[in-house]
Ligand binder design. Structure first.
Ligand SMILES: [Zn+2]
Length: 105
């Protein structure tokens, strides 16, 4: 299981949400790569019971995702997914169109 994020082809920075220009090097050529896991930094529970988490990914990227499944704690590594109906256990759901702003080969 994984979630797709944007990677700058010039400096390899990971970006989310997708950008038109890389904020690190200014280039505008990107590919889409799979991010497997994120580490929970902080969570918040909305009034309807939805749990949102700030997750740290390898390379320093931070994403905000909806946690599904059981509870999680800061420091816990959770699998990332673009599937809102991912399997059992804790999953971090990121709702994106993986082809957004991607340069086609
Ligand atoms: Zn870059």
């Amino acid at each position: 299981m994984s979630a797709m994020v944007q990677e700058c082809r010039s400096c390899r920075s990971l970006l989310f949400p997708a950008r038109l220009f890389c904020p690190v090097c200014g280039e505008d050529s990107f590919s889409t790569v799979a991010a497997e896991h994120g580490t929970v930094e902080q969570t918040t529970t909305l009034s309807g019971g939805t749990v949102l988490a700030t997750l740290g990914l390898n390379g320093g990227l931070r994403v905000i995702a909806r946690l599904t499944g059981s509870e999680s704690k800061p420091g816990q590594s959770v699998p990332l997914t673009n599937d809102p109906n991912a399997g059992s256990g804790v999953n971090a759901y990121i709702p994106i169109d993986s082809n957004l702003n991607e340069d086609q080969p």
